[in-house]
Design a protein around this ligand. Structure first.
Ligand SMILES: [Zn+2]
Length: 254
C-alpha cells in the first residue's frame, strides 16, 4: 500500500540521462503535473525490472515517492511503447520533433496539462499509425501554439487592423500575426506568406483532426506551411530546433 508520500502518474518519457553509477534522471510529461523530473534508482544495473519501462518515447504508469529533491520511481508499467516509431527512422524523427517542442516550451511548474497531454499522446499515435504524419504534425503545431498562448493571428493585419484580402500576405513573428502587403513591405524582417499557405494555416487552426487529415495539400504547399511553422517555433525559441534539421536529412527530397 502506498504511503501518503507516494503518487501515481501517467506520463510520456521525454528523455533521460545518466545519474551517478546506476541511476537515471527522467524528464516526464504528464496530465496531472505537466512536465516534471524524477529519478529511477538502480535501473542501469542489470537486471532491472524497471529499466525496460523507462525508455524515452514510452507512455507509462509510474508509482513515485516524494524524494528529498526529486520524486523517485518505485514502480513502472508500460502502457504504450510506440514500436512503429522506433522501427522507422522518419517516424522517429517526427516523434522527436513533437517531444522536443513539448520539452522546450513547457516549464516544470507542476500544473495539470490534460489537454496538452492528450495532444501529445494522440499525435504520437497518429505518427505511429499509417496516418498522414505531416498532417498530424501540423495539427500538433497549431494546437500547441494555442495551448502556449502563441495562437497566430491570421484574419486581420496586425499592423493596421484591416481585414486581410484574398492575396499573398506577410507574417510578423514578433507580432504573432499576419501583415497586409503594405504593412509587410514596410516592416523589416516580415516573412512572406502566400494566400494558399495562409488558407491552410487558418483551416488547420479551426478544423478537427478528422478534417485536417482529409486535406491533401500539394508538396509545395506542405513545404511552405512547414517552413513557416518551423520558422515561427525557432523565433519563439530564439534558437533553431534540432528536430527539423534532422528531419530534413532523413526525408527524401521533393
Ligand atoms: Zn496592414
Amino acid at each position: 500500500m502506498p504511503t501518503f508520500h507516494s503518487f501515481r502518474l501517467e506520463a510520456v518519457i521525454l528523455r533521460h540521462s545518466d545519474l551517478g553509477e546506476a541511476d537515471r534522471l527522467l524528464v516526464l510529461f504528464s496530465a496531472q503535473r505537466g512536465k516534471l523530473r524524477a529519478i529511477a534508482k538502480g535501473v542501469r544495473k542489470i537486471p532491472s525490472r524497471k529499466a525496460g519501462h523507462l525508455e524515452p518515447l514510452t507512455r507509462v504508469i509510474l508509482l513515485l515517492a516524494e524524494g528529498r529533491e526529486l520524486p523517485l520511481v518505485t514502480q513502472a508499467e508500460t502502457l504504450e511503447a510506440y514500436l512503429p516509431l522506433r522501427n522507422d527512422l522518419e517516424k522517429l524523427g517526427q516523434a522527436s520533433y513533437v517531444i522536443e517542442l513539448i520539452d522546450r516550451f513547457l516549464p516544470e511548474d507542476q500544473l495539470p496539462q490534460p489537454q496538452l497531454y492528450a495532444l501529445l499522446t494522440q499525435t504520437l499515435e497518429r505518427i505511429a499509425c499509417a496516418c498522414d504524419a505531416w498532417a498530424a504534425l501540423r495539427f500538433f503545431d497549431l494546437r500547441l501554439l494555442d495551448g502556449l498562448g502563441f495562437r497566430p493571428r491570421l484574419f486581420e493585419c496586425v499592423g493596421c487592423g484591416a481585414a486581410l484580402r484574398p492575396q499573398d500576405q506577410y507574417f510578423s513573428f514578433p507580432a504573432g500575426g499576419a501583415l497586409c502587403p503594405k504593412c509587410g513591405q514596410e516592416a523589416s524582417g516580415a516573412t512572406p506568406l502566400s494566400l494558399n499557405a495562409l488558407k491552410y494555416l487558418r483551416y488547420f487552426q479551426r478544423a478537427s483532426w478528422e478534417q485536417v487529415a482529409a486535406v491533401q495539400p500539394s508538396p509545395a504547399a506542405r513545404r511552405e506551411v512547414e517552413a513557416f511553422l518551423h520558422g515561427y517555433w525557432s523565433y519563439l525559441l530564439e534558437r533553431e530546433l534540432n528536430a527539423p534539421r534532422i528531419l530534413r536529412q532523413i526525408q527524401p527530397g521533393p
